[in-house]
Design a protein around this ligand. Structure first.
Ligand code: F6P
Length: 305
């Protein structure tokens, strides 16, 4: 997200505009926690995970009264347009501001990759690579100790992280919420593989299906696997962003400013087939859904089992 903040601020300044940062998302907006950003504030932040503007959950922003208070603050600071970086909740907030006539643009930033209107979100690639690093390490123990590891990755209701991390780690099975799963079939395959000489297994499980602990309990009902359950958790949400995420965030931020300068607003920015796109934020949120590329699970099955 820092790379996107830097891109928005620097691109705006290059165009002769002032850029302001709002701390703690919509909570900070309503509280007036708003400050002007300088170019030097942006020095070095492209390499840092998280967000220098902090983040906060603020369910109160669903109320119209609170949204109007936010718009009052924006007017008070002389702000003409807002770029919101975030996931589902942030997009809904931006949608509401747009409905009240305040020009808002949404940039997709979430590790879950579950935003409609884009193939990829900022943070997803970094989270996948962090999960992959952990999976490679776990696989070493799985191999040397002949164990079965069930590794739960994040993603909320989406299986994108599980699919990308699973395929790239060469997982034996990837279990995602978008598709039915058959734990007995997975157990049978592990047993069959054992007979063929492969005595370890790596199962990548999306958190939207169930917890690793529950999956392990169910799996153990079908055999004796010396299994272990691991939840990777919040390690996936931080750390040095990958080059792909930094470039994506830089392109999104720069594009958001370009659109606003052209007088366009109420847009959701995305990338499709490696081309930047901007779609109506209200239509995108209300009429479209993120589509997980479940074909990756089929690819994985052909390559593994
Ligand atoms: O949306 C990002 C995400 O990391 C999800 O993958 C996860 O389910 C959730 O946030 C965790 O939220 P919290 O940090 O509030 O527990």
């Amino acid at each position: 997200m820092n790379a996107a903040i830097r891109a928005i601020a620097r691109s705006a300044m290059t165009a002769g505009l002032e850029a302001y940062g709002i701390n703690y998302g919509f909570a900070g907006l309503v509280a007036g926690d708003i400050h002007q950003l300088s170019s030097s504030d942006m020095d070095g932040i492209i390499a840092r995970g998280g967000t220098i503007l902090y983040s906060a959950r603020f369910p109160e922003f669903a109320e119209e009264k609170v949204q109007l208070q936010g718009i009052e603050q924006l007017k008070k600071f002389g702000i003409d347009a807002l770029v919101v970086i975030g996931g589902d909740g942030s997009y809904h907030g931006a949608e509401r501001l747009s409905q009240h006539g305040f020009n808002s643009v949404g940039i997709p930033g979430t590790i879950d990759n579950d935003i409609p209107g884009t193939d990829f979100t900022i943070g997803f690639d970094t989270a996948v690579n962090t999960a992959l690093d952990a999976l490679d390490r776990i696989n070493d123990t799985a191999t040397s100790h002949q164990r079965v590891f069930v590794v739960e990755v994040m993603g909320r209701g989406a299986g994108d992280i599980a699919l990308w991390a699973g395929v790239s780690a060469g997982a034996d099975a990837i279990v995602i919420p978008e598709r039915d799963y058959d734990i007995k079939a997975i157990a049978d395959k592990i047993k069959l593989n054992r007979k063929k000489g492969k005595d370890h297994a790596l199962i990548v499980l999306a958190e939207g299906v169930m917890s690793a602990a529950d999956f392990k309990t169910k799996l153990d009902q079908y055999g004796s696997f010396d299994s272990r359950a691991i939840t990777l958790g919040h390690v996936q949400r931080g750390g040095r962003p990958t080059a792909k995420d930094r470039v994506l965030a830089s392109r999104f931020g720069d594009y958001a400013v370009k659109l606003l300068l052209e007088g366009k607003g109420s847009l959701a920015i995305g990338i499709r087939d490696n081309k930047l796109v901007a779609t109506d934020i209200i239509d995108t949120l209300e009429n479209h859904k993120h589509i997980t590329d479940v074909s990756l699970q089929d690819v994985n099955k052909r390559l593994r089992f």
